[in-house]
Design a protein around this ligand. Structure first.
Ligand code: FAD
Ligand code: UDP
Length: 363
């Protein structure tokens, strides 16, 4: 009998498994996909690590999390600085003095702030949704060119039906600084994300291609306790209804070119181009290979059974999630953790922090 059965080999499951094994616990990890790592998994082709489930840039301000991951892998000096492409016009992201200068010809931070202040008067009082939040942060021009089309493609909903917090993920700066994140530490693992997961899971028994929810009867008997990192509604067989997720489709192409777009991430912010981002993977690691791989990322409606990429944290889903969370509380031998089981828009560092806290409470 194992001490823990861990469902899912993403960051939450792998960090917990590692900590449990360190404490001398016996652990079995089961994973629905044919490989470990969850959404951070990469596939190497011609010396280039392809981010199979979308671009992943590690960034954190938690010193303990940074030190934790650095036990397994070193990080390079990559700083994410995506470029937005709106109908062939290019703008730096996040919204900063480079963006404002290109858009309005302004020169000083003061001029930029005045421009935004004029445009923000369209919104009175506290913002209630993403559209109001975006306009109050950056004004109507940036909202129209760089936010509205991208966001409505990404989420398949109008900006007036989306929660404001989503847009607060992006910094707004009155300096010439194209760093997409405000965090203290940032980079891409040297040798790829798989090295991080392999380090975490070293010496741990893993069975891939096993869906826990399909073989629960036999798996439940194998361990004293379960750590579940799959979708919370799937655990309860959707008995209160389905939580909504946003899906993605990826289209990857090999090009006989050294440098296709000159940047790792280009966002396509107009509504009529069906993809949101084009990733040129080699630039995450300053690759100099004679070929390149690019991936177009298409947002898609999601159906049960498909990979659930983003929780749609609007009021309707949050209130359904609360009901599932109450059921989850009553499962005494199961701990629910991670992006899918907590239905939360977690970044990697938050997932690692949460798994470490869970391990500290539990072990
Ligand atoms: P997951 O990685 O989803 O792992 C859960 C695992 O459980 C999966 O492997 C799944 O196959 C498995 N599983 C599910 N159900 C079952 C079942 N029934 N039986 C067995 N196994 C099951 N974060 C950042 O910090 N920086 C970024 O740049 C970034 N970019 C992102 C881009 C995209 C497109 C997406 C979708 C996410 C991004 N993230 C980013 C977030 C990051 O992917 C997550 O924070 C992290 O991977 C979550 O880890 P997890 O263990 O909670 O979930
Ligand atoms: N966003 C946008 N335009 C962009 C990039 C992002 O409007 O060019 C909005 C969009 O709503 C997105 C949110 O900002 O969902 C958060 O962006 P982030 O890059 O953090 O999204 P993720 O990498 O998690 O998909």
């Amino acid at each position: 009998m194992y001490d823990y059965l861990i469902v899912g080999s993403g960051l939450f499951g792998s960090v917990f498994a590692h900590e449990a094994a360190l404490k001398g616990k016996s652990v079995l990890v089961v994973e629905r996909r044919e490989h470990v790592g969850g959404n951070i998994y990469c596939e190497e082709k011609e010396g280039i690590n392809i981010h199979k489930y979308g671009a992943h840039i590690f960034h954190t301000s938690y010193k303990n999390v940074w030190e934790y991951v650095n036990q397994f892998v070193e990080f390079n000096q990559y700083v994410n600085s995506p470029v937005a492409n709106y109908k062939g016009e290019l703008y730096n992201l996040p919204f900063n003095m480079n963006t404002f200068t290109k858009l309005w010809g302004v020169v000083t931070p003061h001029e930029a702030a005045d421009k935004i202040a004029q445009q923000r008067t369209a919104i009175k009082g506290e913002p209630h949704n993403l559209e109001e939040q975006a306009i109050s942060l950056v004004g109507t021009d940036i909202y129209t060119k760089l936010i509205k089309g991208y966001t409505e493609k990404q989420w398949g909903r109008s900006c007036t039906e989306l929660p404001a917090f989503i847009i607060k993920r992006l910094p707004v700066r009155y300096t010439f600084d194209n760093n997409y994140f405000n965090d203290r530490y940032q980079g891409i693992p040297i040798g790829g994300y798989n090295k991080l997961i392999e380090g975490l899971l070293e010496g741990i028994e893993v069975r891939t291609g096993v869906d826990y929810n399909m073989s629960r009867a036999e798996l439940d008997g194998l361990a004293k306790k379960i750590i579940y990192t799959g979708p919370v509604d799937a655990y309860f067989d959707y008995k209160l209804g389905q939580l909504e997720y946003r899906g993605l489709k990826f289209e990857t192409e090999r090009l006989e070119e050294v440098n296709h777009q000159g940047v790792a991430v280009m966002n396509y912010t107009e509504h009529d181009i069906p993809y949101t981002r084009v990733i040129e993977h080699k630039h995450f690691e300053f690759g100099t290979q004679p070929v390149t791989y690019v991936t177009r990322e298409y947002p898609a409606d999601w159906k049960p059974g498909e990979e659930a990429y983003y929780p749609v944290n609007n009021e309707k889903n949050q209130s359904l999630y609360q009901k599932y969370a109450e059921l989850a509380q009553q499962e005494k031998n199961v701990i629910f953790g991670g992006r899918l089981a907590e239905y939360k828009y977690y970044d990697m560092d938050d997932v690692i922090k949460s798994a470490l806290e869970c391990a500290a409470r539990e072990l």
